[in-house]
Write a protein that binds this ligand. Structure first.
Ligand SMILES: [Fe+2]
Length: 213
């Protein structure tokens, strides 16, 4: 026969009435336009709309305003990333069945899915700004939080100047370091940061085929 007092306590701990009382971790809340933490990473800027802290460390959601000529080079990671374009046109790079680069142009209302370990890049190859949402797992947020810096969303973008060799090598080092957080940038194998940045710049005039599907 069990101790009657203990039995009673356990019953009250595990009773359906008690379990129903588990509180929500946070209240439901709204973020307006431009609200959220803004980070500047590798020459681009994103604003977190939902982070691991908000989502039980499951997903993160950011919004990016991408000026013409800017982008993130080809990379892959061991989790999926989904993009949804809100304004303008964002071009996404993929590798087709023949091993060739192919741009996929996405406009407002288009969704782009980068599955687990699929190489992808994005770039604004138009002359107007573009805005999109990216959603992925919390580990992706860690990748973006590890590099770059927090900025004010209203701060002017850094002026367009030719990068110095030191700046370019710092950029290359970010691509190399990303590997430690399981993001693979094929260009991390390059020996020159300037070469990598030149390649990204050439994306605007890249003659690789642009498809719309
Ligand atoms: Fe990605």
């Amino acid at each position: 026969m069990g101790d009657m007092k203990t039995d009673q306590i356990q019953q009250s701990y595990y009773s359906p009435e008690f379990l129903k009382l588990i509180a929500a971790s946070n209240g439901v809340r709204k973020l307006g336009p431009k609200e959220g933490r803004t980070r500047q990473v590798a020459g681009v800027r994103l604003t977190w709309k939902a982070t691991g802290e908000d989502t039980g460390y499951s997903i993160g959601l950011y919004e990016m305003d991408l000026p013409p000529g800017k982008g993130i080079p080809l990379h892959s990671h061991p989790y999926a990333e989904v993009f949804y374009v809100i304004a303008g046109y964002t071009d996404f790079l993929r590798i087709n069945a023949n091993g060739q680069e192919e741009w996929v142009r996405c406009g407002p209302g288009d969704t782009l899915i980068a599955p687990i370990n699929a190489l992808h890049a994005f770039h604004n190859r138009t002359d107007k700004p573009t805005r999109f949402i990216s959603s992925s797992v919390y580990y992706h947020e860690i990748l973006l939080e590890t590099f770059g810096k927090t900025v004010d969303v209203n701060d002017p973008l850094p002026s367009e100047q030719e990068p110095t060799e030191t700046e370019a090598d710092r950029y290359l080092q970010v691509l190399k370091d990303a590997m430690k957080i399981h993001a693979y940038f094929p260009q991390a194998n390059s020996s020159s940061g300037l070469e990598v940045l030149r390649d990204i710049e050439n994306r605007n005039s890249n003659s690789a085929e642009t498809v719309h599907a």
